[in-house]
Design a protein around this ligand. Structure first.
Ligand code: P6P
Length: 339
Protein backbone atom coordinates (compact mmCIF):
# COMPACT_ATOMS: atom_id res chain seq x y z
CA UNK A 1 0.00 0.00 0.00
CA UNK A 2 1.44 3.43 -0.99
CA UNK A 3 1.97 5.39 2.23
CA UNK A 4 0.28 8.82 1.95
CA UNK A 5 0.63 11.06 4.99
CA UNK A 6 -1.95 13.60 6.11
CA UNK A 7 0.32 16.43 4.92
CA UNK A 8 0.71 14.90 1.46
CA UNK A 9 -3.06 14.35 1.24
CA UNK A 10 -3.73 17.99 2.14
CA UNK A 11 -1.10 19.31 -0.33
CA UNK A 12 -2.57 17.17 -3.12
CA UNK A 13 -6.12 18.28 -2.22
CA UNK A 14 -4.95 21.89 -2.48
CA UNK A 15 -3.29 21.19 -5.87
CA UNK A 16 -6.42 19.49 -7.24
CA UNK A 17 -9.20 21.57 -5.70
CA UNK A 18 -7.60 24.73 -4.30
CA UNK A 19 -9.72 24.37 -1.16
CA UNK A 20 -7.00 24.16 1.49
CA UNK A 21 -5.11 27.45 1.73
CA UNK A 22 -2.01 27.47 3.92
CA UNK A 23 -3.76 28.65 7.09
CA UNK A 24 -6.42 25.94 6.82
CA UNK A 25 -3.81 23.27 6.18
CA UNK A 26 -1.90 24.40 9.27
CA UNK A 27 -5.14 24.32 11.31
CA UNK A 28 -5.93 20.75 10.25
CA UNK A 29 -2.36 19.57 10.87
CA UNK A 30 -2.27 21.22 14.28
CA UNK A 31 -5.60 19.69 15.31
CA UNK A 32 -4.41 16.29 14.05
CA UNK A 33 -1.22 16.64 16.12
CA UNK A 34 -3.29 17.59 19.19
CA UNK A 35 -5.41 14.47 18.65
CA UNK A 36 -2.22 12.38 18.67
CA UNK A 37 -1.34 13.86 22.06
CA UNK A 38 -4.88 13.23 23.37
CA UNK A 39 -4.65 9.65 22.12
CA UNK A 40 -1.46 9.14 24.16
CA UNK A 41 -3.21 10.37 27.34
CA UNK A 42 -6.36 8.34 26.62
CA UNK A 43 -4.32 5.19 25.99
CA UNK A 44 -2.42 5.57 29.29
CA UNK A 45 -5.68 5.33 31.29
CA UNK A 46 -5.07 4.52 34.94
CA UNK A 47 -1.31 4.43 34.33
CA UNK A 48 -1.44 8.14 33.52
CA UNK A 49 -3.65 9.08 36.45
CA UNK A 50 -6.13 10.57 33.97
CA UNK A 51 -9.25 8.56 34.75
CA UNK A 52 -12.17 9.67 36.87
CA UNK A 53 -13.90 12.94 37.57
CA UNK A 54 -12.23 16.34 37.79
CA UNK A 55 -14.82 17.33 40.44
CA UNK A 56 -15.87 20.30 38.25
CA UNK A 57 -18.85 21.02 35.97
CA UNK A 58 -18.89 22.39 32.41
CA UNK A 59 -21.28 24.88 30.81
CA UNK A 60 -23.66 22.00 30.11
CA UNK A 61 -23.91 21.29 33.82
CA UNK A 62 -22.13 17.96 33.25
CA UNK A 63 -19.44 16.68 35.64
CA UNK A 64 -16.12 16.97 33.81
CA UNK A 65 -13.73 14.04 33.56
CA UNK A 66 -10.02 14.75 34.02
CA UNK A 67 -9.49 13.81 30.37
CA UNK A 68 -12.15 16.33 29.24
CA UNK A 69 -10.06 19.13 30.74
CA UNK A 70 -6.72 17.73 29.55
CA UNK A 71 -8.06 17.36 25.98
CA UNK A 72 -9.49 20.87 25.98
CA UNK A 73 -6.18 22.36 27.12
CA UNK A 74 -4.19 20.35 24.55
CA UNK A 75 -6.38 21.75 21.75
CA UNK A 76 -6.11 25.34 23.04
CA UNK A 77 -2.32 25.21 23.39
CA UNK A 78 -1.94 23.57 19.98
CA UNK A 79 -3.98 26.23 18.18
CA UNK A 80 -3.09 29.55 19.85
CA UNK A 81 0.32 30.27 18.29
CA UNK A 82 -0.23 29.36 14.61
CA UNK A 83 -1.75 32.59 13.29
CA UNK A 84 -4.57 30.62 11.60
CA UNK A 85 -7.29 31.20 14.17
CA UNK A 86 -9.37 34.23 15.14
CA UNK A 87 -10.95 32.34 18.04
CA UNK A 88 -12.08 28.92 19.18
CA UNK A 89 -15.08 27.51 21.04
CA UNK A 90 -15.29 24.33 23.07
CA UNK A 91 -18.02 22.26 24.68
CA UNK A 92 -15.99 22.62 27.87
CA UNK A 93 -15.98 26.44 27.96
CA UNK A 94 -18.90 28.87 28.45
CA UNK A 95 -17.64 31.53 26.04
CA UNK A 96 -15.40 31.72 22.99
CA UNK A 97 -11.64 31.77 23.55
CA UNK A 98 -9.80 34.56 21.73
CA UNK A 99 -6.27 34.08 20.41
CA UNK A 100 -3.99 35.96 22.87
CA UNK A 101 -2.72 39.29 21.56
CA UNK A 102 0.90 38.02 21.65
CA UNK A 103 0.04 35.81 18.67
CA UNK A 104 -1.12 36.83 15.16
CA UNK A 105 -4.84 36.42 14.48
CA UNK A 106 -6.06 34.31 11.56
CA UNK A 107 -9.29 34.02 9.58
CA UNK A 108 -10.62 30.69 10.89
CA UNK A 109 -12.95 29.77 13.71
CA UNK A 110 -12.55 26.36 15.35
CA UNK A 111 -15.26 24.64 17.40
CA UNK A 112 -14.79 21.31 19.08
CA UNK A 113 -15.94 18.77 21.59
CA UNK A 114 -12.52 17.82 22.98
CA UNK A 115 -13.58 14.42 24.25
CA UNK A 116 -17.03 13.22 23.27
CA UNK A 117 -18.49 10.17 25.00
CA UNK A 118 -16.76 10.90 28.30
CA UNK A 119 -19.07 8.51 30.17
CA UNK A 120 -17.15 5.76 28.34
CA UNK A 121 -13.65 6.84 29.43
CA UNK A 122 -13.57 4.93 32.72
CA UNK A 123 -15.00 1.76 31.17
CA UNK A 124 -12.49 1.63 28.30
CA UNK A 125 -14.99 2.12 25.47
CA UNK A 126 -14.12 4.20 22.35
CA UNK A 127 -14.36 8.00 22.69
CA UNK A 128 -13.41 10.82 20.37
CA UNK A 129 -12.64 14.43 19.53
CA UNK A 130 -15.03 16.23 17.13
CA UNK A 131 -14.09 19.48 15.36
CA UNK A 132 -15.65 21.96 12.96
CA UNK A 133 -14.06 24.86 11.05
CA UNK A 134 -15.71 28.06 9.83
CA UNK A 135 -14.28 31.19 8.22
CA UNK A 136 -14.75 34.44 10.07
CA UNK A 137 -16.52 37.24 8.20
CA UNK A 138 -14.02 39.88 7.07
CA UNK A 139 -14.29 42.57 9.77
CA UNK A 140 -12.31 43.82 12.75
CA UNK A 141 -12.51 41.80 15.95
CA UNK A 142 -14.33 38.56 16.69
CA UNK A 143 -17.31 37.71 18.87
CA UNK A 144 -19.64 34.79 19.52
CA UNK A 145 -21.85 36.13 16.74
CA UNK A 146 -19.15 35.23 14.19
CA UNK A 147 -19.61 31.57 15.14
CA UNK A 148 -23.38 31.54 14.59
CA UNK A 149 -23.25 30.37 10.97
CA UNK A 150 -25.25 27.44 9.54
CA UNK A 151 -23.31 24.17 9.21
CA UNK A 152 -23.41 24.51 5.42
CA UNK A 153 -20.75 27.23 5.83
CA UNK A 154 -18.19 24.81 7.30
CA UNK A 155 -14.88 24.68 5.38
CA UNK A 156 -13.68 21.54 7.17
CA UNK A 157 -14.86 19.07 9.79
CA UNK A 158 -13.71 15.83 11.29
CA UNK A 159 -13.24 13.64 14.29
CA UNK A 160 -10.60 11.48 15.89
CA UNK A 161 -11.84 8.18 17.32
CA UNK A 162 -9.72 6.67 20.12
CA UNK A 163 -10.61 3.02 19.65
CA UNK A 164 -8.75 -0.23 18.86
CA UNK A 165 -7.17 1.96 16.19
CA UNK A 166 -6.79 5.71 16.56
CA UNK A 167 -8.32 7.16 13.38
CA UNK A 168 -8.72 10.67 12.03
CA UNK A 169 -11.71 11.17 9.71
CA UNK A 170 -11.79 14.41 7.74
CA UNK A 171 -13.64 16.34 5.05
CA UNK A 172 -12.73 19.66 3.44
CA UNK A 173 -15.78 19.52 1.17
CA UNK A 174 -14.49 17.01 -1.40
CA UNK A 175 -15.51 13.69 0.12
CA UNK A 176 -14.38 11.96 3.31
CA UNK A 177 -10.91 10.53 3.99
CA UNK A 178 -9.80 8.28 6.86
CA UNK A 179 -6.30 8.22 8.37
CA UNK A 180 -4.96 5.61 10.79
CA UNK A 181 -2.35 6.59 13.38
CA UNK A 182 0.89 4.72 12.74
CA UNK A 183 2.25 4.66 16.28
CA UNK A 184 5.72 3.56 15.22
CA UNK A 185 6.10 6.55 12.90
CA UNK A 186 3.84 8.80 15.01
CA UNK A 187 2.12 9.80 11.73
CA UNK A 188 -1.37 9.82 10.24
CA UNK A 189 -1.49 7.49 7.22
CA UNK A 190 -4.28 7.62 4.63
CA UNK A 191 -6.16 4.30 4.85
CA UNK A 192 -9.41 5.17 3.04
CA UNK A 193 -10.72 7.97 0.82
CA UNK A 194 -14.02 8.66 -0.97
CA UNK A 195 -15.91 7.05 1.91
CA UNK A 196 -19.51 6.18 0.90
CA UNK A 197 -22.41 5.33 3.24
CA UNK A 198 -24.79 2.68 1.79
CA UNK A 199 -28.17 4.37 1.13
CA UNK A 200 -30.05 1.49 2.81
CA UNK A 201 -29.34 -0.30 6.06
CA UNK A 202 -30.59 -2.89 8.53
CA UNK A 203 -28.97 -1.28 11.55
CA UNK A 204 -30.28 1.52 13.78
CA UNK A 205 -28.61 3.27 16.72
CA UNK A 206 -30.76 4.83 19.45
CA UNK A 207 -30.92 4.73 23.25
CA UNK A 208 -33.92 2.39 23.62
CA UNK A 209 -34.29 3.18 27.35
CA UNK A 210 -35.89 6.48 26.29
CA UNK A 211 -38.66 4.79 24.25
CA UNK A 212 -41.55 5.89 26.49
CA UNK A 213 -40.42 9.53 26.06
CA UNK A 214 -40.21 9.56 22.25
CA UNK A 215 -42.43 11.51 19.88
CA UNK A 216 -44.82 9.47 17.69
CA UNK A 217 -42.75 9.52 14.43
CA UNK A 218 -39.69 8.07 16.18
CA UNK A 219 -41.81 5.41 17.90
CA UNK A 220 -43.44 4.55 14.54
CA UNK A 221 -40.05 4.16 12.86
CA UNK A 222 -38.49 2.02 15.61
CA UNK A 223 -41.65 -0.12 16.02
CA UNK A 224 -41.47 -0.91 12.28
CA UNK A 225 -37.79 -1.85 12.57
CA UNK A 226 -38.57 -4.11 15.57
CA UNK A 227 -41.44 -5.76 13.64
CA UNK A 228 -38.74 -7.15 11.33
CA UNK A 229 -39.39 -9.29 8.25
CA UNK A 230 -43.06 -9.88 9.16
CA UNK A 231 -43.61 -6.15 9.62
CA UNK A 232 -44.05 -3.25 7.14
CA UNK A 233 -40.30 -3.05 6.45
CA UNK A 234 -40.14 -6.67 5.29
CA UNK A 235 -36.67 -7.15 6.78
CA UNK A 236 -35.06 -7.74 10.17
CA UNK A 237 -33.02 -4.95 11.79
CA UNK A 238 -30.06 -4.98 14.17
CA UNK A 239 -29.40 -2.39 16.88
CA UNK A 240 -26.22 -0.76 18.18
CA UNK A 241 -25.81 1.98 20.83
CA UNK A 242 -22.26 2.75 22.02
CA UNK A 243 -23.29 6.01 23.77
CA UNK A 244 -20.29 7.62 22.09
CA UNK A 245 -21.42 9.58 19.04
CA UNK A 246 -17.98 9.39 17.42
CA UNK A 247 -17.95 5.57 17.62
CA UNK A 248 -21.54 5.24 16.38
CA UNK A 249 -20.93 7.66 13.49
CA UNK A 250 -17.66 5.92 12.60
CA UNK A 251 -19.53 2.61 12.30
CA UNK A 252 -22.13 4.28 10.07
CA UNK A 253 -19.47 5.86 7.82
CA UNK A 254 -17.83 2.45 7.60
CA UNK A 255 -20.85 0.16 6.99
CA UNK A 256 -24.04 2.24 7.00
CA UNK A 257 -26.82 2.61 9.56
CA UNK A 258 -29.01 5.31 11.06
CA UNK A 259 -28.14 7.20 14.27
CA UNK A 260 -30.91 8.90 16.21
CA UNK A 261 -30.83 11.16 19.24
CA UNK A 262 -34.31 12.70 18.87
CA UNK A 263 -36.19 15.23 20.97
CA UNK A 264 -38.01 13.53 23.84
CA UNK A 265 -40.41 14.39 26.62
CA UNK A 266 -37.83 14.23 29.43
CA UNK A 267 -36.76 17.86 28.87
CA UNK A 268 -39.36 19.15 26.37
CA UNK A 269 -37.90 22.66 26.37
CA UNK A 270 -34.68 21.31 24.85
CA UNK A 271 -34.74 20.52 21.09
CA UNK A 272 -32.46 17.52 21.78
CA UNK A 273 -29.42 16.40 23.78
CA UNK A 274 -26.64 16.82 21.22
CA UNK A 275 -24.98 20.16 20.41
CA UNK A 276 -25.40 21.75 17.02
CA UNK A 277 -22.10 23.62 16.56
CA UNK A 278 -19.56 20.95 17.52
CA UNK A 279 -21.40 17.65 17.28
CA UNK A 280 -24.33 17.70 14.82
CA UNK A 281 -22.83 20.13 12.28
CA UNK A 282 -19.41 18.45 11.84
CA UNK A 283 -20.97 14.96 11.81
CA UNK A 284 -23.68 16.18 9.44
CA UNK A 285 -21.06 17.60 7.06
CA UNK A 286 -19.08 14.32 7.11
CA UNK A 287 -22.19 12.18 6.60
CA UNK A 288 -23.46 14.28 3.69
CA UNK A 289 -19.99 14.27 2.09
CA UNK A 290 -20.15 10.45 2.26
CA UNK A 291 -23.53 10.34 0.49
CA UNK A 292 -25.67 10.14 3.65
CA UNK A 293 -28.17 12.60 5.15
CA UNK A 294 -28.59 14.47 8.44
CA UNK A 295 -31.76 16.17 9.68
CA UNK A 296 -33.31 17.23 12.97
CA UNK A 297 -36.41 15.25 11.98
CA UNK A 298 -37.81 18.14 9.95
CA UNK A 299 -35.00 20.05 8.27
CA UNK A 300 -31.42 19.55 7.09
CA UNK A 301 -29.10 20.05 10.05
CA UNK A 302 -26.62 22.07 7.97
CA UNK A 303 -29.37 24.61 7.14
CA UNK A 304 -30.14 25.44 10.79
CA UNK A 305 -29.08 28.99 11.69
CA UNK A 306 -27.73 28.82 15.26
CA UNK A 307 -28.95 31.33 17.83
CA UNK A 308 -26.42 30.44 20.55
CA UNK A 309 -23.03 28.73 20.83
CA UNK A 310 -24.12 25.70 22.88
CA UNK A 311 -27.45 25.22 21.14
CA UNK A 312 -28.82 21.69 21.22
CA UNK A 313 -30.55 19.86 18.37
CA UNK A 314 -32.36 16.63 17.59
CA UNK A 315 -30.21 14.40 15.34
CA UNK A 316 -31.18 11.79 12.74
CA UNK A 317 -28.22 10.92 10.48
CA UNK A 318 -26.75 8.17 8.33
CA UNK A 319 -28.02 6.05 5.43
CA UNK A 320 -29.89 8.42 3.14
CA UNK A 321 -33.06 6.38 2.58
CA UNK A 322 -33.57 5.69 6.30
CA UNK A 323 -33.02 9.33 7.30
CA UNK A 324 -35.50 10.39 4.61
CA UNK A 325 -38.04 7.87 5.95
CA UNK A 326 -37.74 9.11 9.57
CA UNK A 327 -37.94 12.72 8.37
CA UNK A 328 -41.01 11.90 6.26
CA UNK A 329 -42.72 10.38 9.32
CA UNK A 330 -42.06 13.62 11.23
CA UNK A 331 -43.45 15.78 8.43
CA UNK A 332 -46.54 13.53 8.07
CA UNK A 333 -47.15 13.83 11.83
CA UNK A 334 -46.87 17.63 11.64
CA UNK A 335 -49.30 17.71 8.71
CA UNK A 336 -51.73 15.42 10.58
CA UNK A 337 -51.56 17.63 13.67
CA UNK A 338 -52.31 20.76 11.62
CA UNK A 339 -55.57 19.31 10.18
P1 P6P B 1 -27.01 8.74 26.40
C1 P6P B 1 -22.00 11.41 24.93
O1 P6P B 1 -22.26 11.94 26.22
C2 P6P B 1 -23.05 11.95 23.99
O2 P6P B 1 -22.98 13.33 23.93
C3 P6P B 1 -22.88 11.33 22.61
O3 P6P B 1 -21.56 11.05 22.32
C4 P6P B 1 -23.72 10.06 22.70
O4 P6P B 1 -24.25 9.67 21.45
C5 P6P B 1 -24.84 10.46 23.66
O5 P6P B 1 -24.36 11.55 24.43
C6 P6P B 1 -25.21 9.31 24.59
O6 P6P B 1 -26.30 9.75 25.37
O7 P6P B 1 -28.24 9.52 26.87
O8 P6P B 1 -27.37 7.49 25.64
O9 P6P B 1 -25.98 8.49 27.49
Amino acid sequence: MKIISLTQYLVEQQRQHGNIPGQLRLLIEVVARACKRISISVNKGALGGVLGSAQTENVQGEVQKKLDIISNEVLIEANEWGGHLAALASEEMDTIHLVPNRYPQGEYLLMYDPLDGSSNIDVNVSIGTIFSVLKKADHEGVSERDFLQPGAQQVAAGYCVYGPQTMLVLTVGDGVAMFTLDREQGSWTLTQENVRIPEDTREFAINMSNMRHWDAPVKRYIDECLAGAEGPRGKDFNMRWIASMVADVHRILTRGGVFMYPWDKREPQKPGKLRLMYEANPMGFLVEQAGGAATNGRERILDIVPSKLHERVSVILGSKNEVERVTRYHLEATEEASK
